[in-house]
Ligand binder design. Structure first.
Ligand code: FDA
Length: 297
């Protein structure tokens, strides 16, 4: 429902044309340019938080666009190293061609992982909708043992994730556990909030109990954050919390102040629309605030 409203042409144009729309975009997206993302990253670093920079743009349909995405990510990694940013990059395999040429996506990931390794940096692969899950897991399982500087997001709402987790944990790297942000059918994913939360808790127990991988606990949910804190008492190796730029910023500062490692996912770039729609769908109140701000102008 929220996705349908947000994707309708009149609502879409108000995000770009009104002050309330632009403010909403700026809450969740650091800026259109790499320079703005670096500035946001520096600010977060100063507050004791690491970052993961995400160049937005998932509708990639040609090798030319893949090459452009790779060049932008390499430029991002180089700028991060030059500016001594404490962080890494997050990518989507569809940006590297997964939707039309999986071999190209594999080869491009190899090139990106090599560039990151030369700079001493890591790359996290986001998990997209379930039509891409199998290939994404397979590509990661092939690439991580060869490169060693990769990580992958896994979605608690998918029925297959417990098996993926057991397969991938022995590969080391970092595994980001999130609830899952796409609209998925009942055939592949839990539908209710309580089922998704319970699945997240079960997976978190497994992940935090495995010392050879770095768990990234990617949630803003206070109960799951508390669970991770409890599980950390038995853990010897590091883990980190991860949150999204603009979501519960006060909680981000508090976790950092309490001494927990925390990384903020910082999206940037001009192709922000699908990302914004996912943030609105997670919390329909965001769309309500925006629509009220529009009519009260
Ligand atoms: P939940 O949705 O229950 O939110 C808990 C509380 O957080 C809410 O009550 C509210 O206070 C606040 N909150 C959450 N979302 C908000 C929003 N949009 N606006 C305002 N407040 C909000 N998904 C995916 O499918 N693939 C991926 O690769 C990633 N990667 C990723 C990285 C990182 C660092 C994070 C934090 C999340 C992702 N996600 C993701 C998104 C994830 O799957 C999920 O959709 C969101 O994190 C929202 O779920 P929560 O766990 O925060 O819980």
């Amino acid at each position: 429902m929220v996705v349908a409203i947000a994707e309708s042409a009149p609502v879409r144009s108000t995000f770009t044309k009104t002050r309330a729309g632009k403010a909403l975009v700026r809450r969740f997206v650091a800026g259109d340019t790499l320079a703005e993302a670096i500035e946001a990253a520096q600010k977060l670093n100063r507050q004791g938080m690491k970052v993961s920079l995400d160049l937005l743009g998932e509708e990639v349909n040609s090798p030319v666009e893949v090459e452009a995405a790779l060049a932008s990510y390499v430029a991002c990694l180089e700028e991060m190293a030059a500016s001594s940013i404490d962080g890494n990059v997050s990518i989507k395999l569809t940006q590297l061609g997964l939707a039309f040429d999986p071999d190209l996506a594999r080869a491009t990931l190899d090139r990106l992982a090599d560039s990151a390794a030369r700079l001493g940096l890591t790359v996290t692969i986001d998990m997209e909708d379930s039509t891409h899950t199998g290939e994404t897991v397979d590509i990661y399982a092939d690439a991580q043992p060869r490169h060693g500087n990769l990580g992958l997001a896994l979605q608690a709402y998918l029925y297959r994730t417990p098996d993926d987790l057991l397969r991938l944990m022995p590969l080391g790297g970092h595994l980001r556990l999130c609830k899952g942000a796409y609209v998925e059918p009942e055939a592949v994913a839990f539908q209710s909030t309580s089922e998704v939360d319970a699945a997240f808790a079960r997976l978190l127990n497994v992940l935090m109990g495995y010392e050879e991988v770095t768990p990234a606990v990617a949630t803003h949910d206070p109960q799951l954050i508390d669970l991770a804190r409890q599980l950390n008492h038995q853990r010897r190796q590091p883990f980190e919390f991860q949150m999204l730029y603009g979501v519960r910023p006060q909680a981000q500062v508090e976790l950092a102040a309490a001494g927990y490692p925390i990384r903020i996912y910082v999206p940037y770039g001009s192709r922000w629309y699908p990302y914004l729609v996912r943030r609105l769908a997670e919390r329909p109140a965001n769309l309500g605030f925006f629509l009220r701000a529009l009519v009260s102008r």
